[in-house]
Structures are given as C-alpha cells and as structure tokens.
Design a protein around this ligand. Structure first.
Ligand SMILES: Cc1ncc(COP(=O)(O)O)c(C=O)c1O
Length: 374
C-alpha cells in the first residue's frame, strides 16, 4: 500500500491517519527517539537489541532479527534455507510482489498457486504443485489471517521442504493459539502502514533456529560477525535502524491492545454490513483462527462503483490488488490459471482499518455502504 499524501485532510475517514497515530502516542515516541539521539545510538545499538528481545517474547520465538524490510526477512530466510538456482519455491500469486521477488533474487523459480476464499494459500493447490525440485514454501498470512499452518507444516515436514512464513501482514494473528510467524521462519514488515509500523522501511525475521538467526544477523551487516570482525558472506546493508527500532519498541507495548481494537472494529463492520446484497465479508470459518485484521478486505460485485461512491462520501479505500501479479509482464511470471485470485482482483476492497480508526468512523463507512444504490 502506498500513501496518498493528503488523505487525512481530504477524507472524513482516511484509510490510515499517520498524524493521529503519532499524536496519540507522541510523548512515548518522542522519548524513544530522544533516547537514541541523546545517547548517539544510531546503528546496531541497545534500542535494536531491546526491540528484538521484546519481539521474540511477544511472538514466542527464540530469536528475532531486526532487518531493513519485510523483503529482506523473506530473502534472508530463503538464503538460510539454502534456496538457490534450480530450486522451486511454492507461494501464492495473491500477495505483494516482494514475496515473489525474494524467491527470484535467490535464483530459484517461484511456483504460483491459487488461494482459497479467505485469500490465503489453497493447501490442496500447494500439495498439487510439489515436484522433485520444490525446496521451500512461502505461505502468506494475508490481511492478518493465518494460513492453515497445521496442514502446511504436515505436508512440508513429510517432504522435507523448508517453510518460510510471510507474516508481513499478520503480526499478532494466531492459529491454534500460536503466533503467525512462529511455526517456522517468520517474516514481518514494519512499513509505516502495517499494524506495527515505523517511520520508513523496517522488518524482522523470527526463528527458533540459532543458525538461521546467526546467518541473518551477519547478512544484514554485510556478512560480518560483529563480535569477531570476520566476514562470513558477501552480505547486505540491511539493518533495522536504531531510531526505527526504538519507535517500534515503544509501540510494541501497546500492540496487543491495538489488535483487540482492530478485532472490535471488525466486529462492528460485521454487525453493520451483514446481509448487504452483493458484499462478502472477511469473517471466515474456524475457531482455531484469531485474525488480527491488518486489513478489513471485503468483496463487492460492483467494487469500482462502490469505491467511487465511498470516495464521494469522504471515505478512503484501497484495492489490493486489481491487477494479478503475473499480468505485470516485466516480472516474467508466465500465465498461471488461478481463478480465485482473478475473482478476488475484480472484487476486493479494503475499508479503513487501523489503530487510530474510531468506531464512529466505522459507522460512517457502514452508513455510506448501506446508502450505495443497488
Ligand atoms: C504480504 C507482504 N509480503 C511482503 C511485504 C514486504 O514488506 P516490506 O515492504 O517491508 O519489504 C509486504 C509489505 O508490504 C506484504 O504485505
């Protein structure tokens, strides 16, 4: 999602409101930033390590490694799984391009499969896509909802395939009480408009495997082991900056409450929108799932008209994504036959949903949708 810069001023209900998000926690955020600046802690310092400790504790993983972006987390997780040229990696087409680019940049071939009606990997399609060359699978927990990690882990374990969870949209979501990202190697994004966002690019990898964590720690610092000074790889400049880590650390303390806030807003949307003709709501079956609602993504049989109607009513919405990723021909992804992905591209519409969105704003959205002429 890219920012529409004047959105909070133009819309009665902006999709997100970074100014309000800052003002609501200004004292804590300012103090976190001042702590870095006054101590000269800019790169690879205490605030980064504190955040990593707290993120590991929150997700239940043994290690968390702060990185420059969610993309880097995916890429390093693939490198740690020794994915490279000649290998295949299965993932979904209905995801942000970075999930797929991370595969391409290892030299491996992405194998794109369809999603189910909850926007997440169709596990039968994953199973059908396995070949002798399959080295890894990237389930993407889209919109703050877990994939079926029990089935995916079972299939992957039986075949000796690495699992790399794209949890960039799913911090705080759980499956059978276990955090998304903590089933295997988990990847998070702290892009500003993620549920936990910093003020630029940021990400993290979580793992229980010490060797994976160590490799990511070295890769992010150009391959260097900071303790010994030895360079182990041709690495990357891909650290999570200290300033971002300090802000994330301050925000993480509030994050569990923000997840509850999002879940309450989702319930409010459901109560207000259930039964509206032509709409599909993102409340899916399964007591084992606890969604964190990074996005409240509905389906509409007249998506573009509804979106225009909402915009006229002062409500900002986002479409992720109108064009299937393989239709971006420069990416060289062929022409897979993925009917559910296509259906979603035609119908999906994300409504305002953030920690700063208020129940009153949700009511305005509900009223506007209900007033959409059929
Ligand atoms: C599903 C998914 N995967 C990967 C990414 C990449 O994260 P980042 O933008 O931090 O590189 C994102 C973030 O936009 C995402 O939503």
């Amino acid at each position: 999602m890219t920012q529409s810069t004047d959105a909070p001023a133009r819309f009665r209900v902006p999709f997100v409101d970074p100014r309000k998000a800052y003002r609501d926690y200004k004292d804590e955020i300012d103090a976190a930033i001042a702590d870095c600046l006054e101590n000269g802690d800019l790169i690879h310092r205490r605030q980064l390590f504190d955040f990593e400790r707290d993120l590991a504790a929150y997700t239940g993983a043994r290690y968390a490694v702060g990185l420059a972006s969610g993309y880097h987390a995916l890429f390093f997780a693939l490198l740690a799984a020794k994915v490279g040229p000649g290998d295949e990696v299965v993932t979904v087409a209905h995801t942000f391009a970075a999930s797929i680019s991370a595969i391409v940049h290892t030299g491996a071939t992405p194998v794109l499969v369809d999603v189910a009606d909850d926007f997440n990997m169709n596990v039968d399609a994953f199973e059908a896509a396995l070949t002798e060359k399959t080295k890894a699978v990237i389930p993407v927990h889209l919109n703050g909802r877990s994939c079926d990690m029990e089935r995916i882990m079972k299939i992957a374990d039986a075949r000796g395939i690495a699992v790399i969870e794209d949890a960039c949209q799913a911090l705080g979501a759980t499956f059978r009480g276990k955090m998304c990202g903590s089933f295997a190697t988990g990847c998070f994004s702290f892009y500003p408009f993620k549920a936990l966002g910093c003020y630029g690019d940021g990400g993290a990898l979580i793992t229980d495997d010490e060797a994976v964590a160590k490799m990511a720690v070295r890769l992010r610092y150009n391959g260097e082991d900071r303790q010994t000074g030895e360079f182990h790889y041709h690495g990357y400049s891909a650290l999570l900056d200290n300033l971002h880590a300090s802000v994330l650390g301050a925000k993480l303390r509030h994050f569990p409450a923000w997840v509850e806030h999002r879940r309450a807003l989702a319930d409010r949307y459901r109560a207000g929108l259930v039964g509206v003709p032509g709409l599909g709501l993102p409340h899916f079956e399964g007591a084992e799932y606890r969604d964190s609602y990074q996005n409240y993504a509905i389906r509409s049989d007249r998506r573009d008209d509804l979106r225009a109607h909402l915009s006229k009513s002062g409500i900002e919405t986002i479409v992720s994504w109108a064009k299937p990723v393989w239709e971006h021909k420069a990416l060289g992804l062929g022409s897979p036959d993925l009917p559910e992905t296509l259906r979603i591209c035609r119908a999906v519409l994300s409504l305002p949903m953030s920690s700063e969105t208020t129940p009153e704003q949700v009511d305005l959205v509900i009223d506007a949708i209900r007033s959409f002429p059929r």
